[in-house]
Write a protein that binds this ligand. Structure first.
Ligand code: ADP
Length: 158
């Protein structure tokens, strides 16, 4: 089974890594897909985000990192993806995720399934935005993100 884990990953956090590695144990192939959303401003450009994720996932043969600027269901159809993986941290995630899951199923020719994986309790408060906010005030975020990300984020806010 080939699945896609889509998101902004701006930047990738320990919460994202946890989902990716858990998914890699279950599914044959996991495609981490960096999606571009024109209404969002990013701290890391796509190439930086790809580089960070690739460094982290180098040893995992069934995980690959790509970026896509179109609609997720087009990516799903073009790449023969069997399911979309999303992480759920709290009930607030569920509301929007349910909407996306229904829309993606409705609009995709393959009626793609979305599968939810729940966040580890200790990571359920963690998001890329909170990491950026804390880092922007000069605080250390090394317990929230992988080491390569912590280094890069420190440089950004120097
Ligand atoms: P988006 O730009 O779609 O919000 P993100 O890059 O923030 O995407 O997140 C991608 C996916 O990872 C989403 O399904 C999100 O719910 C999930 N996710 C984000 N942070 C965590 C976390 N700490 N634990 C588990 N899942 C998470």
């Amino acid at each position: 089974m080939k699945v896609v884990y889509p998101g902004s990953f701006d930047p990738v956090t320990n919460g994202h890594m946890d989902i990716i590695l858990r998914a890699a144990k279950i599914f044959d192939e996991v495609v981490v897909c960096i999606l571009r959303n024109n209404s969002k401003r990013y701290l890391f450009d796509v190439n930086e985000r790809i580089e960070l994720l690739e460094e982290l996932l180098y040893d995992y043969d069934n995980v690959k990192v790509v970026n896509y600027s179109g609609l997720l269901i087009d990516f799903v159809e073009e790449n023969n993806i069997d399911a979309i993986i999303r992480g759920i941290r709290a009930i607030s995630d569920y509301e929007t995720e349910l909407q996306y899951a229904q829309m993606n199923k409705f609009y995709s020719k393959t009626k793609v399934e979305t599968m939810f994986m729940v966040a580890q309790p200790e990571m359920s408060y963690l998001s890329s935005s909170i990491v950026k906010e804390i880092a922007s005030f000069g605080r250390d975020v090394s317990s929230l993100v992988p080491e390569n990300v912590a280094k890069k984020i420190k440089d950004k806010f120097k």
